[in-house]
Structure formats: C-alpha cells, structure tokens
Ligand binder design. Structure first.
Ligand SMILES: Nc1ncnc2c1ncn2[C@@H]1O[C@H](COP(=O)(O)OP(=O)(O)OP(=O)(O)O)[C@@H](O)[C@H]1O
Ligand SMILES: [Mg+2]
Length: 245
C-alpha cells in the first residue's frame, strides 16, 4: 500500500478537488499513469440507484481514468459527515471495500490521488475518522489550506492532528491567492507557516477563472498548477519530517 497521496483540507470547500485535479493533470503531463479516488462522497445528486458525486466526476475527467466504480465506492445524498449520512440513507461505509478499490487502482496506475472528505477529523464511522482511513491506506498527506486570514491557525491545527495520528505530511499548498491586491495575511501566511512547522510549502494556487467543480470546468488549471506548484517533494520516496516544530 502507500502508492500516492491523500489530499487533506483544513476544512470543507477549501480546494481539495481543484488541487487533486491539478496534481493529476501535472503528473499525467510528466508521463505517469494517475488514478483518482474520492472514497466517500456526500452531497451527491441523481436518483438513489445512481447517485453521482461532482468531485468524483471532476477527478475522473481530469485524470482521464477508466475504472469509474473504483473512483467513489460510497456515495450519499445528504451533505453531512459520512457517519451521519449513513444513519439516514440505505448505505453503510465498509472500509475493506475502500481498501480493495484503492489496491485495484494501485494495480492499474503508477500513482493514486485520494481526495479526503472535509478535514482530518470528519467521522466516516463512529470513532473512525478520515485520519484513520489515511493510516489504513498507508498514504502520506498533502494539506490544502485557503491562503487568507485564519490560515495559520487552521493549517497548524491540521498539522498537529496529523502528527498526533502518526501521519506523514509531504507538504502544503495554499489556495485562492489573489493575482493582485494581496492582503498582508495572504502575503505572509505561507512563509509564516513554513517557519513555524518546517514543512515544505509546495506553492500557492491563484484564484482562477472558469473553474467549476459542479459544471466540470477546468479553465487553465493544468497549466497554472504545473507552472506554480513544485510537486517534487511529493515524489520523493523518503518521508518528510516535521523539523523544528
Ligand atoms: N483556485 C481557485 N480559483 C477559483 N475557484 C476555486 C479555486 N479553488 C477552489 N475554487 C472553487 O471553490 C469551490 C470549492 O473548491 P473544491 O470543490 O475544490 O473544494 P473541496 O475542498 O474539494 O470541497 P469539498 O469539501 O466539498 O470536497 C469550487 O466550486 C471551486 O470551483
Ligand atoms: Mg471536493
């Protein structure tokens, strides 16, 4: 196990899908066969027999994958934590099924990108959190954090939680950096987080036009991600230590 990366957000809606898709496009352009996964998706649409996850479709299209059923084995309609959704819907999350799907993707692809559900401490089942799933899949994490005010606190809380739970952090990407008129927080947050944690900052993804997960629009994501994000830390085989933290 452990062939790829688990993309974690400091919160829900912070850009995990966008970053996962950009990463998939960039790695593909480098010649890797990239598989994608959103193991549990909530807030899905469609009929009960055929629930569709916008995130899974977006990732699937970005990576040009071939094995749709493996991409998102568990889908729920209600936009709540999986442990809550399964009480109200006719589906139970089975971790072994997720592990099997992930292992099959590892068999088909060189590198597998798994998008998290909300943040690290979202319960998938009672007392089984996203962080537990990451450990069970044996993957290191990439943290996505909005660049603005609050980034230091939210990023350090996520880093702390990851360390406590024995996860390996490969780096941090800051999202939605304005192209002009940076606030002081936006200008300084990446450097401050690096100084406080010692973790690699892989870069900042700017606010982009024509980017829409629900309507599967990619705009210039592939090109901008390739130009602005340094993904070499992700590809290093050795774990990234948290130095000076
Ligand atoms: N850099 C960006 N520029 C413009 N829009 C962005 C950017 N990053 C994210 N968005 C927009 O913000 C919304 C949330 O982003 P995204 O879906 O990637 O978040 P998420 O962390 O995956 O959310 P969820 O927790 O629901 O999975 C999307 O509609 C997306 O289009
Ligand atoms: Mg998402």
């Amino acid at each position: 196990m452990g062939k790829g990366i688990f993309v974690v957000g400091t919160d829900t809606g912070v850009g995990k899908t966008i970053v996962s898709a950009g990463l998939a496009m960039t790695l593909k352009a480098r010649g890797l066969k990239v598989g994608v996964m959103k193991p549990v998706a909530t807030g899905c649409i469609g009929s009960d027999q055929r629930l569709v996850s916008h995130d899974a479709v977006y990732l699937f299209e970005a990576a040009e994958n071939e094995y749709a059923p493996l991409t998102s084995p568990f889908r729920f309609r209600n936009p709540v934590a999986p442990s809550v959704a399964e009480i109200y819907e006719q589906t139970k999350v089975d971790v072994q099924t997720i592990k099997n799907a992930y292992q099959q993707l590892c068999h088909h692809y060189d590198y597998v990108i798994v998008e998290g559900i909300g943040g690290l401490m979202v319960p998938i089942q009672k007392k089984y959190y996203v962080a537990n799933l990451i450990r069970d899949l044996g993957l290191p994490i990439l943290i996505v954090s909005p660049i603005g005010l609050g980034a230091i606190n939210h990023t350090l809380l996520t880093v702390d939680s990851a360390i406590i739970r024995g996860l390996i952090i490969k780096g941090i990407i800051f999202n939605r950096a304005p192209l002009v008129n940076f606030s002081l927080a936006e200008l300084t947050n990446p450097k401050v987080v690096h100084e406080l944690t010692g973790l690699p900052i892989l870069g900042s993804l700017p606010e982009l036009e024509d980017l829409d997960v629900e309507n599967c629009k990619f705009g210039k994501l592939g090109q901008v991600f390739k130009d602005r994000i340094n993904i070499d830390a992700l590809l290093k085989p050795e774990p990234t230590l948290v130095l000076g933290y």
